[in-house]
Design a protein around this ligand. Structure first.
Ligand code: ATP
Ligand code: MG
Length: 278
């Protein structure tokens, strides 16, 4: 693999989320090892929506930035047809395609002798499109076969089922178990994220006052990131805005003393289950 060059220096940097990354130490160590493994060329982070696949992929990619496989982020929901995947990758790499040859052929020819890590985010979007979803998967397979220095880190709600794919399941953040917790609640990732979000709207929010309720809430959603900001709890405050339905089912109870959790529960409850929505 020696002698393979990086594709270009014109690609944009990885997106930088506005909020700090929390937890996932074990997953990041696993991904660092997998991405360093020359046999692992296609690694798919698979898990339900909202569980943090994109965040984890970005963090894992940032870990390899500056290495021989410089990461390049490709935002797939912006791609309107499976046949546009090659153009989207070329755009993300800052690679102008020109000439009569199809974009897929031009891209493969450009990357044949190059090294990089393509971060293909939300691949399930391409699988959901009506027109020939297999086309996108087949193109990715062709690209990886033709370009031995290219790796792909994919996020998707479904596996790609491509020969050579390594799958890494993404579940929730760590959360306190039921019963006596073996560690303080604030050491669990799901709790840290909850507290971080609560403090963005209530800077003096104290998790100590609500530790049991927060732990229970994080358990109920199995560590799903509760990352959005809510209006501070309190009488007369308007409820949180509607949220998309997520998996697992949103919690429907909390400790009676918990002042913060009701607005969070409301935010994660499917809109059809909310009062006033039928
Ligand atoms: N480890 C984390 N640290 C901080 N924020 C996180 C973390 N994991 C997830 N989040 C936040 O939780 C929200 C959902 O995460 P993300 O978008 O990565 O989920 P996803 O699994 O990619 O969802 P989808 O399948 O809908 O694309 C985002 O606001 C993200 O910033
Ligand atoms: Mg995502």
């Amino acid at each position: 693999m020696q002698g393979l060059a990086r594709p270009s220096d014109r690609r944009p940097p990885l997106p930088r989320p506005l909020t700090p990354f929390v937890g996932r130490e074990r997953e990041l160590a696993d991904l660092r090892r997998l991405l360093a493994d020359p046999d692992c060329r296609l690694l798919t982070l698979v898990g339900p929506g909202g569980f943090g696949k994109t965040r984890l992929a970005l963090q894992a990619a940032a870990q390899v930035a500056g290495s021989e496989h410089e990461p390049c982020f490709v935002d797939l929901p912006a791609v309107r047809a499976p046949g546009r995947l090659a153009q989207a990758i070329a755009d993300a790499l800052g690679l102008p395609l020109a000439g009569a040859a199809p974009p897929s052929a031009q891209l493969i020819s450009h990357l044949r002798e190059k090294r990089c890590l393509l971060v293909l985010d939300n691949f399930e979007h391409l699988l959901d499109l009506d027109a020939a979803p297999a086309e996108a998967i087949a193109f990715l397979g062709d690209l990886l076969e033709a370009a031995p220095g290219v790796k792909a880190l994919v996020t998707s709600r479904e596996a790609l089922n491509l020969l050579g794919e390594w799958r890494y399941p993404v579940g929730g953040l760590s959360f306190p178990p039921a019963g006596p917790a073996p560690a303080p609640v604030e050491t669990y990732g799901a709790v840290q994220l909850f507290v971080q979000a609560a403090r963005r709207v209530s800077p003096d929010f104290s998790p100590a006052d609500e530790a049991d309720g927060i732990a229970r809430l994080c358990r109920m959603v199995e560590g799903m990131p509760l990352a959005r900001s809510w209006p501070p709890p309190g009488p007369g405050r308007s409820p949180a805005p509607p949220s998309r339905t997520r998996s697992p089912a949103a919690p429907n109870c909390c400790t009676p003393t918990c002042a913060t959790c009701p607005s969070i529960i409301a935010a994660y409850r499917p809109s059809s289950a909310r009062p006033g929505n039928g």
